[in-house]
Design a protein around this ligand. Structure first.
Ligand SMILES: Nc1ncnc2c1ncn2[C@@H]1O[C@H](COP(=O)(O)OP(=O)(O)O)[C@@H](O)[C@H]1O
Ligand SMILES: [Mg+2]
Length: 346
């Protein structure tokens, strides 16, 4: 099969702008794309780099693409992750991962919280602040400390060490920073949950299953107010410890797994996802967000780190995602050549 890859490159987003710009934070580097191409070749297929933008439509037909492996984050709006899946669906091309609606629902953190709540899954109390005229209401009914986040970003974009606010004054200054950095984007103000943080990998369809659970902890005990901010994510090698199968009481672990699978189903996710939780000091879990388009860098992406610590090779993880997508489209027996060594657990 000819498998196209859709993606956004960091290099392209950063052209001509200052180094601290966050625009390319979620985008991929070329090493990730090359790594995915290698796996596709090892599975007996031909990879074709499609990139991003309206041009992919013409490339798909010129290059006779049979299937697309999609990791494109897109640019410009809360529909950005939905652009490529929509185009592929219109063109009748099967692709990996969730569809446009799921990606859009999960990307908008405020819409996502409404779905999470309606599903009976606990998530921190919050308010939406849509613009400066609503700032006076930003902490109404909420308990400090609070955290501010732009609604439609990922990879901790707009989430800084200073985003945790203990007072209205601190909250106001976080809000005005976000209004200037992310103009036109509503801000999510959420109760900050003190306690442990875990992320879960999910893989499969009908039924999906939990691939593993990983705790994110502070490697340098110096930082008291540690959370997975943009600054911390950028210096993950130095600042973060990743531990799979953390010591979590049995009932709580089952509850977290149940909530993550519930969210996967409720959002209509396909093939893969990652779900972030905080666990309060009282051992109550709170779902922060579900990521139906998690990063797949073999170096720094949480899902890949988690899978590796659970015994999966990178090739095994990627081929399993492709396998899941192929199964959905009934493609399993039409051309795929699984390598039993690469496929599945090591
Ligand atoms: N309500 C919260 N309480 C405590 N920490 C939070 C909360 N919301 C976010 N964080 C911290 O900020 C990080 C990024 O937030 P998240 O909602 O997962 O956004 P992103 O899409 O950027 O990953 C989390 O991994 C966590 O460390
Ligand atoms: Mg997150």
């Amino acid at each position: 099969m000819r498998i196209g890859l859709t993606y956004n490159l960091k290099e392209e987003a950063l052209t001509g702008v200052s180094a601290d710009n966050e625009a390319g934070e979620e985008f991929d580097n070329i090493a990730t794309i090359e790594g995915l191409c290698e796996v596709i070749v090892s599975l007996g297929h031909e990879p074709v780099k499609l990139g991003f933008g309206l041009g992919i439509l013409e490339k798909i037909s010129r290059e006779k693409i049979d299937f697309v492996f999609n990791i494109a984050e897109g640019q410009g709006s809360r529909n950005r992750e939905s652009h490529v899946p929509s185009i592929l669906e219109m063109a009748g091309i099967p692709y990996s991962g969730s569809d446009a609606l799921t990606l859009g629902l999960a990307l908008d953190k405020i819409v996502a919280k409404k779905i999470i709540r309606a599903a009976g899954v606990p998530t921190p109390a919050y308010r939406q602040v849509s613009g400066p005229s609503e700032v006076y209401l930003s902490d109404k009914g909420l308990k400090y400390p609070l955290i501010t986040k732009p609604s439609w970003e990922g990879s901790s974009k707009g989430i800084y060490n200073s985003s945790k606010a203990y007072t209205k004054k601190e909250l106001d200054s976080s809000l005005s920073l976000l209004f200037s950095k992310y103009p036109g984007q509503p801000i999510l103000v959420e109760e900050y949950i003190e306690g442990r943080e875990v992320t879960l990998g999910i893989i499969g369809n009908n039924p999906a299953s939990v691939l593993g659970i990983m705790e994110i902890t502070n490697r340098s005990s110096k930082e008291k107010d540690f959370f997975y901010s943009l600054q911390v994510k950028r210096r993950w090698k130095e600042l973060v410890n990743y531990t799979v199968n953390p010591d979590i009481p049995g009932n709580l672990l089952e509850e977290i797994k149940y909530y993550s699978l519930r969210a996967f189903k409720e959002f209509g996710c396909r093939d893969l996802a990652r779900v972030d939780f905080k666990i309060s000091r009282e051992n109550k879990p709170y779902l922060l967000e579900i990521n139906p388009l998690p990063g797949l860098s073999c170096e720094y992406s949480d899902l890949v780190i988690l899978a590796r610590q659970c015994g999966w090779k990178y090739e095994g993880l990627i081929s399993e995602i492709i396998n899941q997508a192929f199964c959905r489209y009934g493609l399993k027996n039409s051309g795929i050549k699984f390598n039993p060594v690469l496929h599945g657990k090591v």
